[in-house]
Design a protein around this ligand. Sequence first.
Ligand SMILES: [Zn+2]
Ligand SMILES: [Zn+2]
Length: 238
Amino acid sequence: MSILASIKLNAGLLFKQAIPVQPCLLCGVMSDAGLWCEDCERSLPYLRGPSCRHCALPLTSGEICGHCLSNPPRFDRSTALYAYTFPVNKLIQQLKYGDQLALADAFATRLALRIPTDELPDCIIPMPLHPNKLRQRGYNQTLLLARSLSKRLDIALLSDVCKRVRDTASQSSLPYKARGKNMREAFACDVSLMGRKVVLVDDVYTSGASLNALAKAAANQGANHIETWVVARTIRHG
Ligand SMILES: [Zn+2]
Ligand SMILES: [Zn+2]
């Protein structure tokens, strides 16, 4: 074995040993598998089957869902890691409101494995929070996700080029049909994205209204291919 290979192997062993034994966030069993144990990992609602190429909605036939056929979104493609059901919904709430910031890296590690490395976007934009919400929460969980993805996949992180300029009502407080209207003109991007392949990162895809509004702002700055990567997606529209 070369010295370099041996160093790498030892570093790998050290790293493995460095993962502390801790209670699984989901079932409480002590494990050294990270934030949740291997049994819970196997039971998570991964989306692995065929899905709409625009919005990642699980499909039983065809390539594009009925909703995207009648209302094509401004992004070309979406990747979603999980269905937004229990217990992923609880984990995402802990990331957003429970200060469990390490969840961002755990999700990003798994999401990065889903992305084909031969057609990577060239920049990554997290869903911006309005400054008022950022002050309340203290952090933007989508920036943490995007930062981890940018490191893992070696894609430039554009953390400040798109801003939320309207402090909109929370999307989850509104009926599905009102969500597109609520997001109108909510974002502004102040840097040219001319000819760039952009990926927008968010935690949850529900109606797609926020991502679509952000995609419009990116398209207005010249982005020519836009995709979205999300941790979880509701398994029907709205
Ligand atoms: Zn567990
Ligand atoms: Zn669709």
